[in-house]
Ligand binder design. Sequence first.
Ligand code: C2E
Ligand code: MG
Ligand code: MG
Length: 588
Amino acid sequence: MPDPNEDARLDALRKLNLLDTPPSESFDRITRMASQIFGLPISAVSLTDRDRQWFKSRVGVEHTSIPREKAPCAQVAESAEMVVIPDLLADSGYAGSVLAGQGVRFYAGAPLVTRDGYGLGALCVLGTEPRGASAAEMAALNDLAKMVMSQIELQHALGRIDPLSGLPNRTQFLDDIDDLGRDEPGRCRLAVLVDLARPEQLSDGVRVMGSRFLDDMVQEGTRALRAVLGAERTLYHVAATQFAFLALRDVDQQTYVAMLASILEQVREASNVRFVMSATIGVAPFLAGETSSRDVLRTAHSAALEARASDPPVSVYSPQKDGVHRRQFRLLNDFGAALYEPGQLRLVFQPRVDLATRACIGAEALLRWSHPTLGEVSPGEFIPIVEQTSLARPITAWVLGAGLKQLGAWWAAGLRLQLSINVSAANLEEKDFAVRVQQYLLEHRVPAEMLELEVTESAVMDNPAQAIGQLEALEVAGVRLAIDDFGTGYSSLAYLQRLPAEVVKIDQSFVRDLALGEREQTLVRSMISLSHDLGYRVVAEGIETGAAAEMLSAMKCDEGQGYFFARPMELPDFERWLGQHGMMKAAA
Ligand code: C2E
Ligand code: MG
Ligand code: MG
């Protein structure tokens, strides 16, 4: 007969994650005691699943489960009361049961009941002779059943409480969100995620102050958040530096977000550790029972990441921005494989032309990534993401390796072409960078002056002392240096002068604006003449029209690069182009 409570009971049982787990001594100890007290050979902790009795612990039984039908333990679970059957064969309900068929005559069982009153199963003792049970025996069996429950609850809690903060953890948060789906299906709620620190701040802190740094941060964060939330609200500790809670029902989202900004302020004031300065809050609206609990957590986290860029750092989840994050995460994740799997990365080449003679004097190597499922991904998208990670070193190593190999081949074939390669800020912080560049040159037998390295002004500004050291070593070795995207940073020319660069590449935004009018032209003209006065050779990037080329030529700009002359080309096309421009016989 279907019991309306049965689903809830089964749910309570499943949530404890006990079914089909290995035996454990803490339960076996209790079953041994039960069998001793009764002086009987068989005892078990038996859990009532949908259609079986599954034994978490057993003494004197071979099987790990028996069918639920006609099992006395099922009666104990369903009634949540003690059951004694002096003789199974004499009992009309159990005479035909599996147990009776196996020669069992006596049964006594005490219920395993959760705090919420669900009967999970029974602690039972069985005998092969009919007998009765004394009140003292049954009281002892009942006490032991309660010990089994304490053990179950203890084990369960252990996986749900964070030992450091003492707060319910991520598993509990996910379960509670799932429960909300049953209690108030379809209601819109807000989940809030507070992230105390960025991963890099955490690792820097731990490096400097040891693991106490994280402990202090978590404990202080817990105290501060608890103080603002009040005792009756549940605060969860969902990841190392992340806490979550639910907004009260029916709050107005806008007002609430404003209130969170002030909570953050209070948390900062209540705390004396620097880290909280960088805390961010993400808010995820969700429909109970419709949004999966994992999505609730993920979207709240995505919003907290988004909040890093806003002031106050509180952000509401937006699917659009989330899509961008997810793609960035994916690119970052997949780039590692691209470096080692042949065929994903390649270089294309864009000519650099002498503006007076229109002769090609060099080329810029530009990286291309063909992602196995996303297709062609532009370096404008993936370079800024990956160059901020430890991948900066292997990317540039890959580009230098491939670029210099090609340059070596051209040099050996008698082609005098200078190749420009882009390097990232992080490369200039590698202490052995200049040395490694020279090793590549040697390996591919290329004279240093055939190589030009392009760095942006902001790359140098990140860590000027270290950057200048590497750049000077490269200059001494004879490698040419160019300042890329000139004009987009904030540095003064006077500062740039300290760099051992010979070339400035005027950013394409200025070149594009030349068509706008007098003002824009004057700006470019003075950039060129100022650079000349300071001894730089000037290259204009992004020349798309003949008119711009003419104008720049008249302004005495030395070189140009842009779609007007040629787009970045695959190697065979580039070599064919060189042939057509008198630089090389057309590729055979
Ligand atoms: P960049 O170094 O300033 O390279 C010039 C970019 O402008 C290239 O974009 C090129 O295709 C594009 N371009 C050239 N002429 C024109 C033109 O006439 N009009 C327009 N609209 N664009 C033009 P690309 O190849 O997409 O590269 C973008 C950026 O990615 C590069 O800017 C560079 O900062 C970075 N990058 C590319 N390859 C590498 C690499 O191997 N290593 C590093 N660290 N960065 C790279
Ligand atoms: Mg460049
Ligand atoms: Mg550029």
